[in-house]
Structures are given as structure tokens and as C-alpha cells.
Design a protein around this ligand. Sequence first.
Ligand code: UDP
Length: 321
Amino acid sequence: MKLLITGGAGYIGSHVVLAALEKGSKVTIFDNLSTGNKKNINKDCKFVNGSINSLSDLSSLFKKEKFDAVIHLAGKKAAGESMKNPLIYLENNIIGTINLIKSCIENGINILIFSSSASVYGEPKYLPLDEKHSLSPINYYGYTKLAIENHLKWFSDLIGFRYAALRYFNAAGYDLENRVLGLEKNPQNLIPIVMEVASLQRDALDIFGNDYKTKDGTGIRDYIHVTDLAKAHIDALDYLLKKQVSITVNLGVERGYSVLEIIEMVTKISGKKIEYNIVDRRKGDIDTIIADYSLANHLLGWVPENSNLKTIIESTWKVYA
Ligand code: UDP
């Protein structure tokens, strides 16, 4: 199987590359290294430095190589940032992805694994969230993911383009065999920021609000180990190849931790005190998000194996310490 992995030098991408190589696939990484890390470019892959925002980069890539399927992970992933800089999200997550889908179709590739997000749901009407929940994103990041899911559905219905939309909950942790060592540049998500405080790269964490309707007032999220997340991409690809259908599934663990619980676990594992300030809520944030992953389990036989919080934090601290 010859795979193109966009964003393969990124945090999630580098873990998906490992899962694909383990399965015996030949992988080409396409990444512009804007947030990806050179250190994470797997030596067993071909690397092409290019952008999904450049039609000429895409056309020269597809002219030179043939692929059986594409795993698309090149995108921006910070909900808070998308509310401040929506144009970057329009450019990368919508225009870039449409360029890629168009290039796939024009070059006879009709299988795409797409990194979607739990933020397509918006404010939960019930928990845990299953795939039947209404879709009403409250941040622009979530909207960009929903817009692409909608385009994919049209192309699946109209011309048989097959896709798996994987709705990630909160990806966290690092490869348990220490094969991914590149840190995220300018991280926006909670765990890497707490790690930067623990490793003295940053003075303190700003906690975005402690008046949410949760047990300690801070936001609760469903943290999934990135290796479990990565494996689901390969399981989804196998499923699409076998069944000739398109699917949309949640990838989470069905339990949540608050910001303060994350700080507590990082303190316990690193032995470092985490300084923090309580600041205003961040625009587009929600109290609690927890996944029902039974559809992924039912269709793909997927189970999260490494997603307990201790493993997530220990594997991350090993990289940051
Ligand atoms: N958060 C925080 N300070 C930060 C980053 C995140 O308090 O510097 C909180 C955020 O409000 C949310 C949780 O941590 O409750 C997880 O946020 P993250 O950005 O990691 O993921 P999201 O769920 O927003 O995609």
C-alpha cells in the first residue's frame, strides 16, 4: 500500500506515520514544516516539502508519484486560535483541504482519511457524545472541520469518493518507544503548555476560566493517547478498502479530566510545581466534552489501549524532561 500522509512531520502525523510503517505501507510525507518538526521526519519515508495551499506543489507531487490512499493531517488544530485568526483556518483547513481533495480526484485517488474533530458538535446536549448528536460548532476550527466533512459526503454520494472522517477528541501523549522526539512549536493545547511550565520553558499556565459547570470549575476533556488515535487511522483505511463505504467515527476514551486534574498528574509525575493564573474564559470553549466511541469499536474493532492519564502524561514528560 502506497500512502501519502500530509502533515506527517507534525505531532499527530509523526505517530500516524509510525502506525502506517508498522503495517508495512510505503509512506510519502508531504509537509511544509510550518508547525511540523524536522526531527519528526521518519527516515523510512520519502519526504516532500510542500503545501496543500499551493496548487503547483500538489500537482508536481501527484505528477511524480502514485498513491493508493491519502491520510490528511496537515491542518491547524487550536480552537482558541481559530477565534482570533480565522483567516489562517480558512486558508489551511478549508481551502488547502479542498485543493487536496480536488487533486486526489483528478489523479484517480478515491480514498481519504480525514482528521476531523469533536468540535463539530458544539455545546453538548447530552454526554457522552455519539455521532448522532447534532452538529453546531461554536468555534471556527470546528466549523472548518464540519465544512470539509460536508464536502466529503457530497463527493462520496456523487462520485463514490470514499472517506473516513475521524472525529478526534483531545490527542495527547507520545510514542511509548520514544521514536517521536520533536516538540510542538508554539503549542496552543493544554498538555504541551503544562509540560513547558514543568520543564521551565514557560513561567506559568493561564487557566481559561474556573467557573465552568464542572466539579472544580475548569474544563473537562477526553484525552486520547496519540498512538491509539494513530492506530485508528490504519484500522479505518483497512475498513474502507474492504467495505467500499465512507464512515464517520468518534475517537475518544469516554472519560474526562479537568484542567486541574491534568496539572495534578503532571506534578505527580514530573515532581515539578506548576505555576498557574486563573484568567478569563477563552472564546469558543465548552464545559465538558466526552466521547462515546462505541461506533469505532463496532465498525473497526478499535479499542484505546494506552489512553490512561498516567501513560499519557508519563510518555509526554519523557520527551519534555
Ligand atoms: N486550557 C487552559 N489553558 C491553556 C490551554 C487550554 O486552561 O493554556 C484549557 C481549555 O480551556 C480547555 C482544556 O484546557 O478546557 C483543553 O484545551 P485544549 O486547547 O488543549 O483543547 P480543546 O479541547 O480546546 O481543543
